[in-house]
Design a protein around this ligand. Structure first.
Ligand SMILES: Nc1ncnc2c1ncn2[C@@H]1O[C@H](COP(=O)(O)OP(=O)(O)OP(=O)(O)O)[C@@H](O)[C@H]1O
Ligand SMILES: [Mg+2]
Length: 239
């Protein structure tokens, strides 16, 4: 069963086309890594899936339903959550207020349960609940951003570089928490991450994007690691 199906997506910003004919199916429960050089269109693809960028053409199906015409808010309610690459918290609000905003559509009881649950995943945020989010360290900020996405109990999680800009230890901690949450929720993941090492052994599929096209699609990760030349070509070589 495919949780996500993308058909013939062409997208970009005004006259600047970024995605060229993307066709992609993701099965329920898959953990998919999306890699590719800077500017290749990874974030643009996630924006199309969550619905904050309207493609020039093409269709997006979630759980068998055509969601192409639905707003991002409706898509979130249907079970897709999205971690933005940038500006993914409200720095002027407290940590608790950020969490409440992320769960704005939950009832009081569910909201409390979800906050308790994300705090069990990121216990160090407990002491910071009443502090301003803007005062958190880089690692804590990303932990908050991931917590906000996890509040939504999504069937499909779109994570755009959750470890960007973090020191190796902090990056590993964030990923371990994401893995543990995924294990409990048993949901589907599409994650952008440049460091294959951090997620190998966990992701079940690797997609490589080059100049707005899916140039590589591996379900055998060991093969991919053995065949490093493919990856190097993806990052440094021509298409
Ligand atoms: N809001 C925008 N307006 C115009 N062009 C944009 C906009 N956002 C992105 N682009 C351009 O679209 C192309 C793809 O950008 P995108 O952010 O999808 O790349 P990416 O693969 O996520 O890169 P990175 O690894 O740096 O995050 C880039 O050339 C970028 O400059
Ligand atoms: Mg990006």
């Amino acid at each position: 069963m495919n949780i996500l199906e993308i058909k013939e997506i062409e997208a970009g910003y005004g006259a600047r086309q970024v995605l060229f004919g993307i066709d992609l199916s993701i099965e329920k429960g898959q953990r998919v890594l999306l890699m590719g050089p800077n500017g290749s269109g990874k974030s643009t693809l996630l924006r199309v899936i969550i619905g904050i960028l309207k493609p020039y053409r093409g269709t997006v199906y979630f759980d068998g339903k055509d969601i192409s015409k639905l707003s991002a808010e409706k898509r979130v309610r249907m079970g897709i959550s999205y971690l933005r690459q940038y500006k993914n918290i409200f720095p002027g609000l407290t940590v608790q207020e950020n969490l409440i905003l992320a769960g704005y559509y939950l009832d009081q009881q569910k909201l409390k349960e979800k906050i308790d649950w994300v705090l069990s995943i990121f216990p160090f945020l407990k002491d910071k609940l009443n502090g301003r989010a803007g005062l958190l360290s880089g690692g804590e900020r990303q932990a908050l951003a991931v917590s906000m996405v996890l509040m939504q109990d999504a069937e499909l999680l779109l994570l755009d570089e959750p470890t960007a800009g973090l020191a190796p230890k902090a990056a590993e901690e964030i990923l371990n928490s994401i893995k543990s949450a995924q294990e409990q929720l048993n949901n589907t993941i599409l994650i952008v991450e440049h460091n294959l090492k951090l997620v190998s052994g966990w992701v079940t599929r690797v997609l490589g994007m080059v100049q707005g096209k899916i140039a590589l699609d591996y379900t055998d990760i060991d093969m991919l690691i053995k065949n490093k030349g493919e990856l190097e070509k993806l990052y440094f070589g021509a298409t």
